[in-house]
Design a protein around this ligand. Structure first.
Ligand SMILES: Cc1cc2nc3c(=O)[nH]c(=O)nc-3n(C[C@H](O)[C@H](O)[C@H](O)COP(=O)(O)OP(=O)(O)OC[C@H]3O[C@@H](n4cnc5c(N)ncnc54)[C@H](O)[C@@H]3O)c2cc1C
Length: 221
């Protein structure tokens, strides 16, 4: 049998756990391991408990590991995570994953908490030559607006499907991309979000002439 370290878990103590907006939470604990921006960790409430994957939503040099998640009402883990407070213990796996950033020019496309790996990449200085297209249902959900826009300026494009604002595209990320007259096929396109959003966006990019090997995706399922 091949040995794997992926399933080793260890306890960590939360430094904080905050609700950022309706159903969206962020918690953090001290970082005592290295990872690459864009990687994920497994999280459980007990050593042997059901485990789910989460993108690390902080930079590899930051003192804390932070996790951004939305509560799935009918889900197992997220309603329970939302009851946690500073001082509580969770169990984590080692970081893993290949959805990692580079300095090459690219377009980052995220919906909801799918912004987390791109925030990690931003924090590690990988936002150069990037365009970020971020979709949310409500305006209050663009939690990292200040940091992204101070680095990306007009290359941070917010798409809001349920509310309107002068500065924000009204519609989904696919609506925004669909209106672009042409997309640069030499760029890499990174997509992160729900399965439905990733598949719809991938299909649209291919339709618009982006080679499939320039499309890199992380599905939150
Ligand atoms: C590589 C990877 C990285 C991930 N990173 C994050 C992250 O950074 N933040 C985050 O919030 N989630 C992330 N997820 C999703 C996360 O692992 C869980 O699936 C999610 O938090 C639901 O867990 P749960 O135990 O509450 O619900 P479960 O009991 O697992 O699921 C209940 C139902 O909800 C569905 N579901 C799962 N996720 C969603 C969703 N986002 N919206 C609607 N329905 C959903 C499931 O398919 C299932 O049918 C990631 C998933 C993967 C595979």
């Amino acid at each position: 049998m091949v040995a794997t370290h992926n399933h080793r878990v260890k306890p960590v103590t939360l430094n904080f756990s905050d609700q950022l907006s309706e159903g969206i939470f962020l918690f953090g604990f001290e970082r005592d391991f290295d990872f690459r921006a864009g990687q994920v960790i497994g999280i459980a409430l007990q050593e042997e408990g059901p485990r789910r994957l989460y993108s690390i939503c902080s930079g590899p040099q930051d003192p804390e590991i932070r996790i951004l998640y939305n509560v799935i009402e009918e889900g197992y883990l997220t309603p329970r995570l939302s009851d946690l407070e500073a001082g509580d213990t969770i169990w984590i796996t080692e970081p893993r994953g290949e959805f990692t950033g580079t300095h090459d020019p690219a377009v980052w496309i995220a919906t909801g908490t799918g912004i987390a790996p791109f925030y990690s990449m931003l924090r590690s200085g990988l936002a150069d030559q990037k365009v970020l297209i971020h979709g949310n249902r409500y305006l209050e959900q663009f939690h990292f607006y200040d940091e992204f826009s101070s680095v990306l300026g007009n290359n941070y494009i917010r798409c809001c499907s349920a509310e309107e604002d002068d500065q924000v595209f009204h519609g989904r990320v696919t609506g925004y991309l669909g209106l672009e007259p042409s997309l640069n096929p030499r760029l890499k396109y990174y997509i992160c979000g729900s399965a439905e959003m990733v598949v719809d966006t991938r299909d649209l990019l291919i339709e618009k002439g982006i080679p499939f090997d320039h499309i890199i995706s992380e599905i939150y399922f």
